[in-house]
Design a protein around this ligand. Structure first.
Ligand code: FES
Ligand SMILES: [Fe+2]
Length: 378
């Protein structure tokens, strides 16, 4: 490719090169195409054995747990299940984010629930109290536990680190290094603030849900009156970087850039970038806001979708925020609702046993990359 100088160190094209590629596709009525068709056994969406090994993989991998902005101050915490295990992440007195297995060292009760801000974690069962660094501070009526070493009964830590504006947690092991992500500029910057957080349970396998985010082949058929009037059908830039991918969805109004000299082109409001961070996170950078979506597998056929809405840079003032919230509402109540209807229907389709394989074509190259990566990770 001749765009070498415009590639960033992580292998992704810069905005200018993305625009060039899109304008070319508009002119030629083409789209990015992958090298090969992929046939994924349908059994991989319904087998309990496969699901168990995927959960194990998720616990071995460094996976985004929440945006850093969800832990804005000392004592801010987020508690939820990750790959079937209760985990709590908290920003300590020293500003550092730590994560723990969310189980009291007395008899295993969860010491935190949901989100909030705390000075310490007090177990709701008998009141054992832990500092934000996980150490055990207080046992009520301590004389009932002669010889118990408090130093050995702190909350059990798991590896946590902040990167790209996200908190990554690795439950089993240290997560290893992901050079691709290390080479990335911050995806989410410190000044981007959280304006919404929601959760819903979708009756579909987590991979069915994920696949819907990373191809633009369905835009006209699924989103005829919502996204399609502003966008294109099957016109995407599809890039893979390391285990991850990025899909660019241009808006029709990007065509006006053809008349703008390349060095003066700005992409804000003219395209949507969707970053899929392997395994289960999607970061959608829209005109005014950024969505962080984490797909948490619950059972082989149900998934908790956790969504965080963040304002884009420079848009945290009250006036912009209203527009940001309007945008977010439009996306979630129209197009995203259509996607949810589709994925639930696909899950019911799996029960028909009509397909032995699902076939992902050359327009669905990011999905192919995902399945190839997942197979290797398992
Ligand atoms: S289980 Fe936590 S104090 Fe007893
Ligand atoms: Fe969609």
């Amino acid at each position: 490719m001749s765009q070498k100088p415009s590639k960033r160190s992580n292998g992704l094209l810069d905005d200018g090169a993305v625009v060039e590629r899109i304008l070319g596709h508009i002119r030629k009525r083409t789209t990015d195409m992958g090298a090969k068709v992929w046939r994924e056994p349908v059994e991989n969406y319904s087998s309990g054995k496969r699901f168990a090994s995927e959960l194990k993989m998720l616990r071995r991998a460094a996976t985004p747990f929440c945006p850093s902005a969800a832990l804005p101050e000392k004592g801010s915490y987020v508690a939820r299940e990750a790959a079937g295990v209760p985990i709590v992440a908290v920003r300590g007195e020293d500003g550092k984010v730590r994560a723990f297995r969310n189980a009291c060292r007395h008899r295993g009760m969860q010491v935190a629930a949901g989100t909030g801000c705390a000075k310490s974690f007090v177990c709701g069962y008998h009141g054992w109290t832990y500092r934000l660094d996980g150490s055990l501070r207080h046992i009520p009526h301590e004389h009932g536990f002669p010889g118990l070493d408090k130093g050995k009964h702190g909350l059990v830590p798991v590896h946590a680190e902040e990167r790209l504006g996200l908190v990554f947690v690795t439950q089993d092991g240290k997560g290893g290094r992901d050079k691709t992500l290390e080479a990335m500029p911050g995806l989410i910057e410190a000044e981007q603030t959280l304006f919404a957080c929601s959760e819903s349970v979708v009756p579909a396998n987590w991979k069915v849900l994920l696949e819907g985010f990373i191809e633009g082949y369905h835009i006209r058929a699924t989103h005829k009156d919502t996204f399609f009037p502003y966008g294109f059908d099957n016109l995407n830039v599809i890039e893979t970087f390391g285990r991850h991918s990025r899909i660019t969805y241009p808006f029709r109004r990007i065509e006006k850039l053809a008349a703008v000299p390349p060095q003066e082109r700005r992409v804000d409001g003219l395209l949507t970038y969707v970053y899929q961070l392997f395994p289960n996170t999607l970061i959608t950078v829209l005109s005014r806001h950024t969505n962080v979506v984490i797909l948490e597998p619950l059972t082989v056929d149900s998934t908790r979708q956790i969504s965080y809405g963040l304002t884009n840079r420079g848009l945290s003032d009250p006036e912009s925020r209203k527009e940001v919230e309007r945008d977010a509402q439009f996306v979630s109540q129209t197009g995203a609702a259509e996607d949810r209807a589709v994925v639930s229907a696909i899950q019911r389709g799996i029960g028909t046993h009509a397909n032995k394989h699902f076939t992902f074509g050359r327009f669905e190259g990011a999905i192919v990359h995902f399945h190839r990566t997942l197979d290797a990770a398992l």
